[in-house]
Design a protein around this ligand. Structure first.
Ligand code: ADP
Ligand code: MG
Length: 396
């Protein structure tokens, strides 16, 4: 689960991170009033959407050449004007895709003088260790830095039993080339971020940019935070920060039924049990030249009701041109799955080709149920056969 920049900043501020003062506003009048409470002489007006690249983005309704979702203002009146231009309009950034995202909230913040823009993030490495990722090349597209100049990105892992030692803090600070007061700020910030990250069960914390100001102090200028959904039950306060308007409606629905579903951009809807099998299914769809429309793991003990809900979710995605059901019956028996799939098809209706591959416990019974049904279901023998058939059915 992700939160807005202003929420992330409030959270980090509560841990003592250097964050500017600011206020969230929903209309222009509020923007002006709140800006007047800040000292000035520079304000920054920032569109709050769950996507990065706002600064380089553009509003759909505006002519080319206009500024994006991060704008400077030299007076409270100007801040109000900028907020008015953003609110209710659709911001398109490299991360939102063509359709963009409607801006419902705007953050008005104290502007900062910037000497250097740095990059600092915290994540969980594949080893399971928390690591700091630091780079002097902040403010821009970190993916491009990773691609073109990977030596400019330094990773500093933290031993869970030791936490942030002086050595860890020093490594991060030297990777960011900080000196004097900025180095002191940096060491403290590393400890602060680690505490926030671990206490709040974050999955990702990204500060881009972290800036060095002319007085050689640091400030968190942008903050992006994602939380580990498996720990959500421990943090009702974080759950309250959820902004459902930012989330995919199909993913929200899937969440309700405890289905692990992630929407993707392809044309082949997948219903699979087990995350590993779901990944393999997506791989083989790609191998045969198509793209998956989703990741969907119905779980090991999927009931008929769950299968039906999963079907509804897949078929309500307008991008889906074909469906591949790939089930390995272990705890679940194939005949039960087959009946569940057919019941779902009957209830939801079927406007696109459907290939079903079953394997495992009671597979013969399951296949017989599919074969004997009057519904238009294409049976498959194995994973390859299934992928080939659904790709052929969709591509004609
Ligand atoms: P995004 O990453 O979505 O584009 P950022 O918050 O990183 O949004 O803002 C983009 C750029 O705008 C920053 O790299 C910085 O140069 C400038 N900026 C953002 N906030 C401020 C601020 N409070 N004061 C001055 N400049 C800012
Ligand atoms: Mg940024």
């Amino acid at each position: 689960m992700n939160i807005h920049e202003y929420q992330a900043k409030q959270l980090l501020k509560s841990y003592g991170a250097p964050v500017a003062n600011g206020a969230i506003v929903m209309n222009a009048a509020q923007a002006e009033a709140k800006a007047k409470e800040l000292p000035g002489p520079l304000w920054v007006v920032k569109a709050q959407i769950h996507a990065g690249g706002r600064g380089k983005g553009h509003f759909k309704e505006e002519a080319a050449g206009e500024k994006g979702g991060v704008r400077l203002a030299k007076s409270a009146e100007e801040a109000a004007e900028q907020a008015k231009k953003m609110l209710g309009n659709t911001l398109v950034t490299i991360q939102t895709g063509e359709e963009g995202k409607e801006v419902g909230r705007v953050y008005v913040e104290d502007g900062a003088d910037i000497d250097r823009e740095l990059y600092l993030s915290v994540l969980v490495e594949r080893t399971g260790k928390v690591a700091f990722i630091a780079s002097t090349e902040g403010g821009m597209d970190i993916e491009a830095v990773a691609e073109e100049t990977p030596e400019k990105i330094v990773s500093v892992p933290v031993e869970p039993s030791d936490g942030v030692t002086d050595a860890v803090a020093d490594k991060v600070v030297s990777a960011l080339k900080l000196e004097g007061t900025a180095a002191e700020d940096g060491r403290e910030l590393v400890r602060t971020l680690y505490k926030a990250f671990t206490e709040k069960d974050m999955a990702m914390l990204e500060i881009n940019p972290l800036i060095v100001m002319p007085d050689n102090h640091l400030r968190v200028l942008d903050a992006k935070v994602g939380f580990d959904p498996n720990a959500a039950f421990r943090h009702p306060d974080i759950e309250e920060l959820r902004d459902e308007s930012e989330e995919d409606p199909l993913e929200l629905k899937a969440n309700e039924f405890d289905l692990a579903y992630i929407k993707l951009d392809g044309t082949i809807g997948c219903m699979v049990n087990g995350a590993g099998l779901a990944m393999a299914t997506m791989d083989i769809i790609k191998h045969y030249g198509a793209e998956p429309a989703n990741f969907l793991d119905v779980g090991g003990g999927a009931t008929k009701e769950k299968v039906t809900e999963a079907f509804k979710i897949i078929t309500s995605d307008p991008g889906v041109e074909g469906i591949l059901v790939n089930i390995f019956g272990g705890i679940m028996k194939c005949d039960v799955i087959a009946e569940g799939v057919l019941a779902a098809v009957e209830e939801v209706g079927l406007k696109v080709p459907l290939v079903v591959r079953l394997e495992g416990t009671n597979v013969e019974k399951g296949k017989a149920i599919i074969a004997n049904s009057t519904l238009d279901v294409i049976p498959a023998d194995d994973l390859e056969d299934a992928a080939e058939k659904i790709v052929k059915a969709v591509k004609g």
